[in-house]
Design a protein around this ligand. Structure first.
Ligand code: ADP
Ligand code: MG
Length: 261
């Protein structure tokens, strides 16, 4: 069977002779939620940008349903940490713009409206549809960014520390929303994070990266906790604690950040 998403022997050098990423290979199944965790500067964003087609690998390639992808496309939507919504458009307008671009030829005007509202409802932002980015909180902006990405109906959703700039309570609310949506829509997701609890809460698998240069995948952990996962209930579960400990050990014992070491 052809793997759904295949990251195949990726090397990346920005300057000749120094590899940021070395020999990164990973296969992701349809509907899988995979987190990538590693210390700052190890190359997580570089890897995600290569999958998005925003950065070219030096060697190797990315294959989606067997087809090489080396340019950006609506089949891989990205949500960044500080998603810049267009300030002159409303919440509705920001999502609708992407919907029109992707579905202009195939959906009617009324269908595109309904599709936009449906995705705003998924992230609990339908009631704020008329507001502009300056009138909503940071968490709400990330919700809109996620709605915009989902509304493109991508094959793979790429999240680069999407909750990194939010306070802990807002972050928890957004994690719950993303968990609900992924369960409902069966999205295939790659999420970068440096938050161990977030990775365990949301992921089917956690990919742990070693420090750069020559960063590679050090370990991959299957998280087999039943879903839906309840953040409070989980804290007593031994499976949760052992997953969490394994990631913490990797990050803070075996692959400490060079500055912290
Ligand atoms: P992370 O997301 O894990 O914090 P990045 O992927 O952003 O790390 O960066 C990995 C390494 O690659 C860092 O050393 C960074 O300085 C370098 N790097 C990233 N983007 C570029 C670029 N466009 N040009 C040169 N070096 C870069
Ligand atoms: Mg990064």
């Amino acid at each position: 069977m052809t793997p759904y998403l295949q990251i195949d022997h990726i090397d990346k050098a920005f300057t000749p002779g120094t590899l940021v990423l070395k020999g990164v290979s990973l296969t992701i199944n349809k509907g899988e939620f995979v987190s990538i965790i590693g210390h700052s500067g190890c190359g997580k964003s570089t890897l995600l940008n290569i999958v998005a087609g925003l950065t070219k690998p030096t060697n190797g390639g990315v294959f989606l349903e067997g087809r090489q992808v080396d340019e950006p496309g609506p089949d891989r939507a990205v949500v960044f940490q500080n998603h810049s919504l267009l300030p002159w458009l409303t919440v509705y307008g920001n999502v609708k713009l992407a919907v029109d671009k992707v579905f202009g030829p195939t959906k009617s005007r009324a269908e595109r409206h309904d599709w936009t509202m449906h995705h705003l409802q998924l992230v609990h932002m339908a009631h704020e549809h008329h507001k502009r980015p300056a009138e909503i909180s940071g968490g709400m902006k990330q919700r809109v960014g996620i709605a915009r990405a989902l509304a493109m109906e991508p094959k793979v959703l790429l999240l680069d520390e999407p909750f990194g700039a939010l306070d802990a309570l807002t972050r928890a609310q957004l994690q719950d929303t993303v968990q609900e949506i992924a369960a409902r829509l069966g999205n295939t997701v790659i999420m970068i994070t440096h938050d161990v609890d977030e990775a365990v809460l949301l992921s089917d698998r956690i990919v742990m990266m070693t420090n750069g240069p020559n960063a590679m995948i050090g370990e991959v952990l299957d998280v087999s906790l039943p879903r839906p996962r309840d953040r409070l209930g989980m804290t007593d579960s031994s499976a949760y604690l052992s997953a969490r400990t394994r990631v913490l050990r990797f990050l803070y014992e075996r692959h400490r950040h060079p500055v912290a070491a």
